[in-house]
Ligand binder design. Sequence first.
Ligand SMILES: [Cu+2]
Length: 161
Amino acid sequence: MKTTAHTLLLAAALLATTAAQAQVTVKDAWVRATVPQQKGTGAFMQLSAAKDSKLVAVSSPVTPVAEVHEMSVQDNVMKMRQVQAVELPAGKTVELKPGGYHVMLMDLKQPMKAGDTVPLTLVFEGKDGQRETVEVKAPVRALNATAAPATHGGHGGHGKH
Ligand SMILES: [Cu+2]
């Protein structure tokens, strides 16, 4: 009897989770590994929303400061700035990737090592103001040998504030 009730509760919890995640789907989340002394890095992923919404906040236990950033090249200079939100038009996949939007993890408590997993909590807001929270576990991947220098330099600058 007890087992059955427990199983049903678990099933209900799983269903609730599925329903809650239906609005925005997070795919291929990953975090760039850091080198010693590096205090900041980026997290990347693919987001697709069933209805118009936006990514408004991120948090992670590995850092007290997680922000949504946009990187762009202006006059051959790589610039990063914090953005209030990333728009997610319905049915489109928006990619957070090196050189574009990314989640900035700053003031890291410890180095991000390849193979580790970083929990990320993403907060999305729909047109109606309804907020939805999605939890993902992002694997840490080693620095990409070709893309590393520029991106790493840009990110490293954050830690020196
Ligand atoms: Cu950044």
